[in-house]
Ligand binder design. Sequence first.
Ligand code: DGT
Ligand code: CA
Ligand code: CA
Length: 576
Amino acid sequence: MPVHNADIARIFEEIADLLEIGDANPFRVRAYRRASRVIGELQFDAAAAIQRGEALPKLPGIGDDLSDKMHEIAKTGNSALLDRLRGQLPAAITELLAIPGLGPKRVKTLYHDLDVHTLEQLHRAARDGRIRSLPGFGEKTELNILQAVEARRTKVRRFKLATAAQYAGAFAEHLRSARGVGQVVLAGSMRRMRDTVGDIDILVTAADSSDVTERFVSYGEVRQVLSRGPTRASVTLRSGLQVDLRVVPAQSYGAALHYFTGSKAHNIAIRALAQERGLKVNEYGVFKGAQRVAGETEESVYTAVGLPFIPPELREDRGEIEAARAGNLPRLIELNDVKGDLHSHTKWTDGYDSVEAMALAAKARGLSYLAITDHSRRLAAAHGLDPQRLRRQLDEIAGTALPGITLLKGIEVDILEDGTLDLPDSVLRELDIVIAAVHSSFNLSRARQTSRILRALANPLVTMLAHPSGRLIESREPYDVDMPQIVRKAAARGRFLELNAHPERLDLSDTYCRMAKDEGVLVSVNSDAHSVAQFDNLQYGIGQARRGWLTRKDVLNTRTCAELRALTGLARQTAG
Ligand code: DGT
Ligand code: CA
Ligand code: CA
């Protein structure tokens, strides 16, 4: 990868910004800024000269130390100092710097005085009018910031998978009744079960005479037709979602489905494999010269390049092609493998249905056990349980004997700011399942947030950590926490991590699921159902678990109830 003067300048500029935010010596800050400008304005290609081993002329303001850093960047494209500085500040600080009107001085003030680490926090502070009174700001600046943040948010707007799935399902149904239509399938990131989707991709097989594009652009929810042609069209819906349609002949179905499922990175890697074999892959088929050799099914596309079928959830070019080649693809978990659910709420706190109704609904889904885990007292807004109310609830659970479903006694207990729990051990000891959760103090420093959670996990009565990152998709950033350390601690102490399947959460992320698996931590895919309908959440949780390469044996609640009791009981005996 060629390094340009502009790249070196940009890195020095960012170093200066981060040093300034971190309160470094102003002379040092200025030195990097000046060097950035000097290098950006050079009339010759400094990095190329360095790579050729030439000595550089003496540059104004660039002493030995800065010169060494230039060489490092020219040779590696990176700077160890920049990496270190980035590690010392919240990850999202760089995003704040990218907001028009926010330089390092202002970011520094926002960070130190208002504890603003993320765009979300910046948005809230601007909206609540907390910025105008800061030194160097004012009402006008606050308004500018608010507009800039909002512009940015709408530009990169993505939709929650479950939300988009609703629109997509209805739209696909509408297309099925078009003339001459064969298959109607959802492709793109939605088929890969990404937690959010940028747009919806619909693939249709149809005869030339079909009126499917006609039907597509005249759908009642269409707000704007972006483009239309005989084999493709794009629209935006009233919801703001963009939908792309592609129409192909039936014999291209597999190749087109493969192409439009993506990801782009996966497709590029597959095309490279095909090239090695003298083949060409596109959305119409796999070709040897002018001859079509495959493409009717996705399997035939993979077979042509010498691979077994790769499930869509794995198609991110994160090692799935190598695994497929070596015959090491994981056998991914399926919804049917789930035997029980370890996180649910009832009318006792913020749920909508009774203990009995939830139990019957879980049973109707084919589950054989359900943990009732209402909130603890600290969550007053949810009418959290104190020890007395919890005991009454436990009596109700004990009295709800239903054939075919075992109810487990549980709690979703708040982790307080210092890492202690919201209910005493004497109470927690009476329970089968203790889910510990962060619901407050989201803005602690990374170090404090991490030690807070580690302390909770050290309590031997805690079964698992709920929604480990705390994010709410598109509305609250994850808190700043050292997740790898939490995963390792869970492994060391025999604790479990939740993959909360609520569509707003989907938390653990796919990459941390994979890390949990690699570290030997079992993941519990829980619905967090607040009503009988929300056991539906499980399908999205399973989608994300599959994206995290999880198999049946990597997931705690694929165990039978007896196996589960043994595993969780064992975890409790592990000394804190
Ligand atoms: P999204 O919509 O941002 O959530 O992500 P995708 O993966 O659905 O992306 P999208 O809608 O832009 O395109 C759908 C698929 O089409 C994508 O996953 C792979 C394929 N595709 C799109 N553009 C290209 C391209 O330039 N090259 C290749 N090889 N494939 C592409
Ligand atoms: Ca898409
Ligand atoms: Ca698209």
